[in-house]
Design a protein around this ligand. Sequence first.
Ligand code: A3P
Length: 325
Amino acid sequence: LASAPPLALANKYFQLRPDELNPLWGNPCDDIRHRRIWSKSKWCGTLPRVLVIGPQKTGSTALYTFLAMHPALTPNLPSPSTYEELQFFNNNNYLKGLDWYLNFFPPNMSNTTQMTFEKSATYFDGDLVPRRAHALLPNAKIIAILISPSKRAYSWYQHIRSHGDAVANNYTFHTVISANDSAPKPLRDLRNRCLNPGKYSHYLERWLAEYSSHQLHIIDGSQLRSEPAAVMNTLQKFLKISPHIDYNKLLKYDAKKGFFCQAVGNDRTKCLGKSKGRIYPPMLEKSAKFLKRYYTPHNTALSKLLVRIGRPVPQWLKDELSSNG
Ligand code: A3P
């Protein structure tokens, strides 16, 4: 039996087990041997019990803000590199390891009725995310928020345009969504990033391959926008958190912003920033028609999926699937 310095040994090991090159972090508290060698200051109870997975531009920040107002829920601390989103499970932050992730959650939660939660809107359509999330957080509750995929695509295009994306600023929305496979690669990439997350059923099936449907809650993002208190009411029941909060008292419609915002006393409100609820021209009729046709098979599959798992079909989906809507 021969040995070697650690690096050489590791190289040898991964030559023999290339399938293990990509780590899959499990919960250290699931195995007493791991728990024993883990730092005394770490505690698995601080891991999030709720994940808001997005997708992007569906109202996920409003939802995150409303959840953070609940006394039983503690959000992650902000990350200097990714703002409020940790984006742990979907990119290279995952390779920074579990300690990196845990540092964003308070080490000593006051009691067990307190839960931590995290929102990263890119989790929804991240290739590896459901598997990685399930390996670490098998009992987590997963919240997805969906709006019309056509509206989502348009909002996303406006979002990256205002972030100065050169390709988006070079091409109209219609050119982006209708780009064919002979279009220049940057345009095709942009089209895919714009349209793919709206194929909701495809991504939800991936989540459902890892998590039971009882762990998944699907929010109608249009309803969150128009009736946030009703949505938060149902959500609190799903999360089984107490006390039960009446969000009618916490949120107030701000006519200037055109959205519900946090009520902060003296009839004042605290709304999300300018990047949420942007003002831009309405979508061209031809783009709306194009997208309605484009998303029909995906919306049909979503409708079937929702019926299969016993969830209501939201009004926006009925409208998208109606012939004259
Ligand atoms: P627009 O800016 O295109 O209108 P996300 O937080 O997932 O990026 O989603 C942003 C979208 O949330 C906004 O898109 C806006 O329409 C929607 N939204 C829903 N409720 C909101 C609220 N209370 N305040 C601001 N934006 C809200």
